[in-house]
Design a protein around this ligand. Structure first.
Ligand code: IFM
Length: 441
């Protein structure tokens, strides 16, 4: 009897995602580099250092991505290299990015370019970064220069990466620069990031009418610890609204919703050609009035949950399906702009990839226009405050020697990309334990 094969659309994009500071190396002119030099900021005193050495030799990893059957790659460009001083644009840096994007195109890999992925030039950080409203026109000017320089190679633009994460980690928890714990500042930063998205959206379309512009939204699933408790239900909804919903409402309805803001944001209305989903995990939440910083929720993982390395979260593939169905209500094309797992010994990743992609496949069966999937990430890279302790790569990297070694998951993902499907043979070879779940009978 023929067995089910989970096919993806014929023009589906299969890729990996990276960001400039995490892979380029020697990125010295930004707020993150300065942050890394401060004692106690990064686990085990790690630093980004040479990272994956992409500023010198990204193309070698593009060869690996191409050999692994990938036809798309999401990467970010570094504002601090392109505009090292306010108002001064460095043509040599733009030329290197042109070379990098040409390198992708030559390998039949379509680039998606992210314009802001957590990092700020030092001069911008010194003037108050995203708290200063001047950032919006400054970002728009930088974006215009990038699109003029790189538009020949790219039409798929991601304005900002995870504005909710930047606001939360930098301004509520204080584990990203500038290390503040100020909820009001976090909301101001969130609003300015969304305004910058809106300004960039219009400017990119003025310069490149065929552009497809969106942003990458980190959606975390929040479920009540006790579904029968009205307070747990309330706090899970409230966290969901603060973290997930308000950012979407700004750029779809053109409205600020509490706690991000209040009132109209007309210029932001309908400023998405697509929406990006970065999905990793979920929390369960119990009401706790002592947890003001967490909007009165105590977040944890169910006792029986399978956990990811380094306290990163719960292995919860259903969250991928739930997040995609939620986004489908926007009626826009969807890219999964990130999804991945820290797993140095690669003992969970094969199952993570297959179960999450199976969720994607199921949502596609409901005619939701999901255009592509970017796995986070190609090669182990600098994981922010976790330094090199969390390993997300399909390819293992020794940052000292720059030696690379593909993990088994790299071949699993290759086989899926090449088949454009999850086949019974792939299941049997890499994740036989999933056969009874995915291919029952
Ligand atoms: O490494 C990060 C990335 O920069 C943003 N999204 C989550 C990834 C894994 O934590």
């Amino acid at each position: 009897m023929p067995e089910a094969t989970f096919h993806f659309p014929s023009d589906f994009k299969w890729g990996t995602a990276t960001s400039s500071h995490q892979v380029e190396g020697e990125n010295t002119n930004n707020d993150w580099w300065a942050w890394e030099q401060e004692e106690g900021r990064i686990k085990e005193g790690h630093r980004s250092g040479r990272a994956c050495d992409w500023w010198q030799r990204a193309e070698e990893d593009f060869d690996r991505a191409a050999e692994l059957g990938q036809n798309a790659h999401r990467l970010s460009v570094e504002w601090s290299r392109i505009e090292p001083r306010e108002g001064y644009f460095d043509d040599a840096a733009l030329d290197r990015y042109r070379e990098i994007l040409r390198g992708l195109r030559e390998r039949d890999i379509e680039p998606m370019v992210t314009l802001h992925h957590f990092i700020n030039p030092l001069w911008l950080a010194e003037m108050g970064g995203w708290e200063n409203p001047r950032v919006v026109p400054l970002f728009e000017r930088y974006v215009a220069r990038v699109v003029e320089a790189l538009g020949e190679f790219c039409t798929l633009w991601c304005t900002v990466n995870e504005p909710n994460v930047l606001a939360y980690l930098g301004y509520v928890l204080g584990v990203f620069p500038p290390g503040k714990q100020d909820f009001g500042a976090a909301m101001k930063v969130g609003r300015n990031l969304m305004r910058a998205h809106g300004a960039a959206y219009r400017r990119i379309h003025d310069l490149q009418p065929e552009a497809q512009v969106g942003f990458a939204h980190n959606i975390r699933v929040f479920d009540p610890a006790n579904p029968r408790s009205p307070l747990d239900r309330w706090v899970a909804r409230w966290q969901d609204r603060a973290y997930n919903e308000t950012f979407l409402a700004a750029v779809t309805e053109g409205r600020w919703r509490l706690p991000l803001g209040f009132g109209f944001a007309w210029r932001l209305r309908n400023t998405l050609d697509w929406i990006g989903l970065n999905y990793y995990t979920r929390d369960v939440v119990a009401f706790d009035r002592r947890m003001g910083k967490q909007l009165f929720g105590r977040n944890f993982h169910p006792e029986d949950a399978e956990l990811l390395d380094g306290g990163y979260g719960e292995f919860y593939p259903e969250g991928m399906g739930r997040s995609l169905r939620r986004l489908s209500r926007l009626g826009l094309p969807i890219y999964i702009t990130e999804n991945g797992i820290p797993d140095a010994d690669d003992d969970q990743r094969p199952r993570y990839i297959v179960t999450h992609l199976h969720q994607v496949w199921r949502v596609i069966q409901g005619c939701v226009p999901i255009m592509g999937y970017f796995h986070w990430t190609l090669v182990d890279n600098f994981e922010w405050a976790e330094g090199w302790t969390l390993r997300f790569g399909l390819i293992e990297l020794d940052p000292e020697t720059q030696e690379r070694r593909p993990r088994r998951s790299a071949y699993l993902y290759r086989d899926i990309c090449k088949a454009n499907a999850i086949t019974p043979e792939i299941i049997d070879e890499y994740v036989p334990e999933l056969r009874p779940v995915l291919l029952p009978g």
